[in-house]
Design a protein around this ligand. Structure first.
Ligand code: KMT
Ligand code: NI
Length: 172
């Protein structure tokens, strides 16, 4: 895991966009974003049990796996959104970037690789992209039914209860 401020320069979303300003795991925790390095699947099992995550699936995001829809999917994942539940991703192979908004509403880019697990809290604005390798293999953890409906950023989300809870807990 490596985290840094996104440079906001034009160019493909899959480029590093590293401004050179580092962000620490502690900074991420201050936004409610938790990071773990889990070399063993049993570490993931323990975390899942502890948090009541009984279900999981795996997704490969790559042109080989997705064919023609790959570019559309990658653009979709990169739309700024939130969820009304945690988003937990465990990287099994390849790399990818999660971008999250910080307290100043700036993008923080989190580079994840194999064995990295991330928990994004409900209500945080974020987006995802593959990198230049165009390959990531991830495990997605969920409680009962997957609740992955993205709510795209819009002014009316200010009155969403999950957003309000996130803002009051982390951004004030
Ligand atoms: C998401 O919710 O953005 C994804 O599942 C992206 C692929 S998993 C790294
Ligand atoms: Ni998401």
């Amino acid at each position: 895991m490596k985290a840094y401020m996104y440079d906001n320069l034009p160019g493909d979303q899959r480029l590093p966009h590293d401004s050179g300003r580092q962000v620490t795991a502690e900074d991420l925790a201050g936004l409610g974003v938790l990071y773990y390095r889990f070399p063993e699947t049993s570490d993931v099992d323990a975390l899942a049990a502890e948090r009541g995550y009984r279900n999981r699936d795996e997704i490969v995001v790559s042109p080989e796996k997705m064919g023609d829809v790959y570019e559309d999917k990658v653009k979709m994942f990169f739309h700024e959104h939130l969820h009304e539940d945690e988003e937990i991703r465990y990287i099994r192979g390849g790399q990818g970037y999660f971008d999250v908004r910080n307290k100043g509403d700036e993008w923080v880019r989190i580079q994840l690789e194999k064995d990295d697990l991330i928990i994004l809290p409900a209500g945080i604005f974020h987006r995802f992209t593959t990198d230049e390798s165009n390959y990531v293999h991830a495990m997605r953890l969920f409680k009962d039914e997957p609740k992955w409906t993205p709510l795209n950023r819009a002014p009316e989300l200010d009155s969403n209860n999950f957003r309000k809870e996130y803002v009051s807990q982390y951004l004030n």
